[in-house]
Design a protein around this ligand. Structure first.
Ligand code: ZN
Length: 324
């Protein structure tokens, strides 16, 4: 069966969700240090007594959105096989020296500028120990810089570049990536094999490493919880869900996340993936000026707003970005 035409429905990374222990520390880092915009302040839809925070470009375009479950009572995670273990964010060419200087000034754990697959990369870890990388890449056109950011417009993060995945046995995952997602192998470097979606470019890249003797990862704070892929329109998401099922995987039903619709599944190595619709997006319940400024609750939790607000620890946005 020729799946190459259908597979073009996977547009790239839609969002990545990770786990952090403390809301204020998370906001201070992603808004205050990396200059991303908090575009949605909400709760975990399965655990409404905990935050779900969304950081993105100015409006939360698909492919720019790094989100966190704030789970203060969870143990620290351990990166390993069957997990996504690093998120790479795209930054404009020529900006990494300035980024490194800023991060060192802010006492962020940061590496030296290095090269991966011919691209300049700066690795760092967030306050929960999650591995991040900034990669100089040609800017994606569908990213909106944010004038409220404390990072100058010309250096701002331009959405995702890629994710890194570790597997005990790469074969079944590679087959899925090729046959269902439409990824093609682009080469190997530093122990990782790079896969890209047709057309290429930032957010359309996944790096995979096979570590047959490695330990399995454990989910905790500082872990990547799941990687969501952009399937575009709802009918394309349904077609992809059917394709996953006929491939032998076990996708969930479509779950309405209000800003997009989600289908979850585990890839053969065990990492949690999501197939998300592109829209409707973060402007359905807040204007672009209001994004992230107040607690948004799913409608079924609205009757419990005062109880939920009493449980959630308050946090402040960094001073420099509270004026718009
Ligand atoms: Zn998700």
């Amino acid at each position: 069966m020729d799946m190459s035409r259908e597979s073009q429905h996977v547009r790239g990374i839609h969002h990545v969700t990770a786990v952090a222990a403390d809301a204020q520390r998370n906001v201070d880092f992603y808004v205050g240090v990396l200059g991303m915009r908090l575009v949605k302040r909400t709760v975990n839809q399965d655990a409404p007594e905990t935050y779900h925070l969304f950081y993105a470009d100015a409006v939360g375009n698909p492919g720019t959105d790094l989100t966190f479950f704030i789970w203060p009572n969870l143990a620290k995670g351990r990166p390993g096989n069957g997990q996504s273990v690093e998120v790479a964010l795209a930054v404009p060419p020529g900006s990494l020296e300035r980024w490194r200087e800023r991060l060192v000034e802010r006492r962020v754990a940061v590496g030296e500028i290095e090269e991966r697959f011919g691209e300049r990369v700066l690795t760092l870890t967030d306050p929960d120990g999650m591995a991040l990388a900034l990669v100089e890449a040609a800017p994606k056109s569908d990213v909106a810089t944010w004038e409220g950011s404390l990072i100058p417009q010309e250096d701002q993060i331009r959405g995702f570049h890629s994710v890194r995945l570790l597997e005990a046995h790469a074969g079944p995952t590679v087959s899925l990536l090729r046959e269902v997602f439409g990824f093609v192998e682009l080469g190997s470097d530093g122990g990782f094999t790079r896969y890209g979606l047709p057309g290429g470019g930032a957010s359309r890249v996944l790096d995979l490493r096979e570590l047959p003797a490695g330990r399995g990862g454990a989910l905790g704070t500082g872990s990547i919880h799941h990687v969501a892929w952009n399937l575009g329109e709802p009918q394309e998401q349904l077609a992809f869900q059917a394709r996953l099922a006929s491939y032998g995987l076990n996708p969930t039903q479509v779950i309405d996340r209000f800003w997009f619709k989600s289908v979850y599944f585990r890839e053969p190595g065990g990492a949690l993936f999501e197939a998300a619709t592109a829209g409707p997006g973060f402007l359905v319940d807040e204007s672009s000026g209001e994004l992230g400024s107040r607690l948004i609750l799913p409608p079924r939790f609205e009757p419990y707003r005062s109880e939920i607000e009493a449980i959630l620890p308050p946090f402040k946005l960094p001073q420099a970005v509270t004026r718009r």
